[in-house]
Design a protein around this ligand. Structure first.
Ligand code: SF4
Length: 358
């Protein structure tokens, strides 16, 4: 029988597994702590567990280990970008950002992305597979092990569309949030979506209280369709209706991400239209100077246009911030580092990550 990945078990599943092994279920508390809080990679390190139980665990399960293929560190602000190898040799990215309120990690939820947003490097090589819950949580464990630093905030904004991998993402939030594990409060966890409407409604009912971020990037469906294929499936109105339900059930404010693309969506008229759309909602707008990706067609809006856009929104009563650009001297844009390693001429299955010549 194949060994099971013990990190994938929720606390309740672990309790049942331990009982099924003929052991007392209180051992689940000890094991869960060793795995998710102490981040051990070897059952021998579980020193308060009997040798007999450690041997049983070794025989039936394995501890998930993700490996760092490359880590880039910004000399400007200390942002660290990790290329992480999964057990099947696929690779994903995680980014550690330093803010005054603590360390924030941006995690990937899928290998590649099928959403096809035109300004995004993560989608350029297509979609490979969804991540498991433990592969998502494993990014935190790996980065904490690598840096020796504690992470206090998580944003699901890396490679992949989190609400396209709904069950694993929700399970990973529960793992990360669990008091015996990393114990990171749901209010410190932010899930970003391009607007998978049915799953916004589902998330609202999960009783999780995480922050929801919507990648809006346009004020009309027509304009949104130019950069985001998902707009062919769900309208802005449908997304905003789902957001209102999210606010009603969770009491949480929604964050709207708006990547400012020069000449595309950064005019004063667009800012007024955005304020109109969000009127009456508990909302916050996060303006993002768009990352110019290699061979991409979109240009970043100049500083004065970003400032004007922000001032217009603020004067309309919409709380607005501009996302500080971090890691501008490394491959900070989501998907860029991974793309560097995909050598299509060598390996079409993307099973090997061999750095391409610059
Ligand atoms: S922006 Fe997000 S949803 Fe769109 S292609 Fe990139 S990773 Fe996927």
């Amino acid at each position: 029988m194949d060994k099971i990945n013990i990190n994938e078990l929720s606390f309740e599943e672990l309790e049942k597994f331990i009982e099924d092994l003929g052991e007392k279920k209180f051992h689940a508390r000890q094991i869960f702590k060793w795995l998710h809080r102490e981040k051990v990679l070897d059952f021998e390190q579980m020193t308060d567990i009997s040798k007999a139980l450690r041997e049983k665990l070794q025989e039936k399960t394995y501890i998930l280990e993700l490996k760092v293929i490359e880590c880039q560190k910004s000399k400007k602000d200390g942002t660290m970008k990790f290329l992480i190898e999964l057990p099947d040799n696929n690779a994903i990215e995680s980014v550690l950002m330093r803010y005054h309120h603590g360390n924030t990690i941006c995690v990937s939820s899928e290998v590649g992305c099928k959403m096809g947003c035109k300004f995004c490097a993560s989608t350029k090589e297509g979609f490979v597979r969804q991540l498991t819950a433990s592969e998502i949580e494993g990014q935190l464990l790996t980065v904490e092990r690598y840096t020796g630093e504690k992470i206090s905030n998580i944003v699901y904004m890396g490679i992949g569309e989190p609400l396209d991998n709904y069950d694993n993402v929700v399970k990973s939030i529960r793992l990360i949030n669990y008091p015996l594990g990393l114990n990171i409060g749901a209010r410190h966890i932010s899930v970003s979506t391009c607007g998978i409407v049915p799953n916004i409604y589902r998330l609202a009912k999960e009783n999780i209280q995480c922050t929801l971020s919507i990648s809006l990037h346009a004020t009309t469906d027509e304009k949104r369709r130019e950069t985001m294929p998902i707009a062919n499936k769900y309208t802005i109105k449908e997304i905003l209706d789902a957001c209102k339900e999210y606010i009603r059930l969770t009491g949480r404010r929604i964050s709207f991400e708006y990547a400012l693309i020069y000449g595309q969506n950064d005019s004063k008229a667009e800012a007024i239209a955005l304020a109109k759309l969000l009127r009456g909602m508990i909302a916050h707008v996060n303006l993002i100077p768009v990352n110019e990706i290699k061979n991409g067609i979109y240009k970043k809006a100049p500083e004065n246009r970003i400032e004007d856009f922000m001032n217009t929104l603020n004067s309309c009563g919409v709380v607005t911030t501009v996302r500080r650009e971090l890691g501008s001297d490394i491959d900070a844009a989501c998907g860029q580092l991974r793309n560097k390693y995909i050598d299509k001429t060598v390996d079409l299955t993307r099973k090997k990550y061999i750095k391409k010549e610059e």
